[in-house]
Design a protein around this ligand. Structure first.
Ligand code: MF3
Ligand code: CO
Ligand code: CO
Length: 246
């Protein structure tokens, strides 16, 4: 959506604050020995305690409040009895609906003793997001953001996932335009002041190719390499975008 009024802007901000609070709760409890389902339960409780609804639950039949994606799972990992262990990298992605507005954000957390190359991967996903939104300005194009994310990620040797993209956001979790993490500067949908976007680099230590598990959701790297995901909901302006889920 393109926010015009303070009521809409504040609505998007408030929904995003719920998502951030739930991410913080997840981060606080994530340690070796917990299951991804236990993390999901705390996320759902946090969202509901704030008067919001976990938008993912029931979305196209998705069963849980969050997506929790471990190691080679890029996104859409379904919370389960899988036990987190030291050395894992765990991506947590949360969408919440509050008063008709959606917020969406993801982080990848390092648990215990994690390989330096995986820590670097996590940092690169975050850096790719910030370089992407540096290029998100009213008057520009979506491709300005996409190309910046791709160039940074590939320059550092990472695979950039193509099958899944960022997106517009507002009253619905997924709105136009798509925000791919690859593309060409100066192409794609126009960026306008007030446009709300979920920008979400998904990068891997190997291939950009993913495969979907038999559950129909879990997206893994084809080569088994680890992946990281970093997402925020932002509002485009004439200057630097406002980041709502920090
Ligand atoms: N939060 C995801 C995104 O970034 C979408 C979740 S898909 C769902 O777009 F099925 F889990 F809801
Ligand atoms: Co998300
Ligand atoms: Co998203």
């Amino acid at each position: 959506m393109i926010v015009k009024y303070d009521t809409e802007r504040n609505g998007m901000r408030a929904a995003s604050r719920v998502v951030k609070a739930a991410l913080d709760e997840a981060q606080n409890m994530i340690r070796p020995g917990v299951t991804t389902l236990e993390i999901d339960a705390v996320i759902e409780k946090t969202i509901r305690a704030m008067g919001a609804i976990p938008s993912s639950k029931g979305f196209c039949g998705y069963p849980n409040a969050s997506c929790i994606s471990v190691n080679d799972v890029v996104v859409h990992g379904i919370p389960s009895l899988q036990v987190i262990k030291s050395g894992d990298i765990v991506s947590v992605d949360i969408t919440a609906l509050l008063n008709g507005y959606q917020g969406d954000a993801a982080r990848t957390f390092a648990v215990g003793d994690v390989a330096q190359a995986d820590l670097d991967l996590i940092d690169a996903a975050e850096a790719a997001f910030f370089i992407g939104i540096e290029n998100a300005k009213a008057g520009g194009r979506i491709g300005d953001v996409s190309s910046a994310i791709q160039l940074y990620s590939e320059l550092h040797g990472y695979g950039v996932v193509r099958a899944l993209t960022g997106h517009g956001i507002g009253h619905k979790m997924h709105e136009a335009p798509e925000v791919p993490n690859f593309g060409k500067k100066g192409t794609g949908a126009p960026l306008k002041a007030g446009l709300c976007l979920a920008v979400e680099p998904m990068i891997t230590r190997g291939t950009w190719q993913v495969k979907i598990d038999r559950d129909g959701w879990t997206a893994r790297t084809k080569d088994g390499s680890n992946a990281a995901h970093y997402e925020n909901t932002v509002i485009v302006t004439d200057g630097a975008p406002e980041i709502l889920t920090l």
